[in-house]
Design a binder for this molecule. Structure first.
Ligand code: ZN
Length: 161
């Protein structure tokens, strides 16, 4: 399963080299994964449940990217989203707004954002159960739009794949 941003510059099949039909994809604005709730009516939760419980995917990649508009909005703050009330509610509900000086291409913030989404995913009971059972692995990836490089979180940092 590949969870990434809706951004058109992200092409999961090209990034992974996956054959057609082999990637189960979920794309959301900012690759945001909503916090789990047993009473959720979110399509994202249903999609993840189907992949994990029904399809029994063995690997889930959460892939963020540089120059992400959602990460930028999380930095710019709520006033920047006055004209996008649905986006404001989506981000404000599931991802914290940030302060401080953004790094080039929002890389550091984007990577931290990926890890926050991985933590949210690992908090889903059916995800946690399969991780505990040792038959599901969740990965945090970061795609650099300018270079095309992909890095993966391992040993406490993002490293080139
Ligand atoms: Zn994005």
């Amino acid at each position: 399963m590949f969870i990434t941003c809706a951004d058109s510059r992200i092409q999961p099949a090209a990034i992974t080299g996956a054959e057609p039909g082999s990637l189960f994809e979920l794309r959301t604005a900012g690759n945001v994964i909503p916090a789990f709730s047993p009473h959720s009516v979110a399509g994202e939760v249903a999609t993840i449940e189907f992949a994990v419980v029904q399809l029994r995917v063995a690997e889930i990649v959460v892939c963020g990217h540089s120059h992400c508009g959602a990460v930028n909005a999380l930095h710019a703050g709520a006033p920047a989203l006055d004209h996008l009330p649905a986006m404001l509610r989506w981000l404000a509900t599931h991802a914290p707004f940030r302060t401080g000086t953004p790094t080039e291409g929002l890389r550091t913030e984007g990577m931290e954002h990926v890890l926050a989404q991985v933590r949210a995913l690992e908090d889903y009971p059916f995800v946690r159960d399969r991780i505990t059972a040792g038959d599901l692995r969740v990965h945090g990836w970061f795609y650099d739009i300018e270079s095309g490089d992909v890095s993966a979180f391992a040993a406490d940092r993002f490293q080139p794949l």
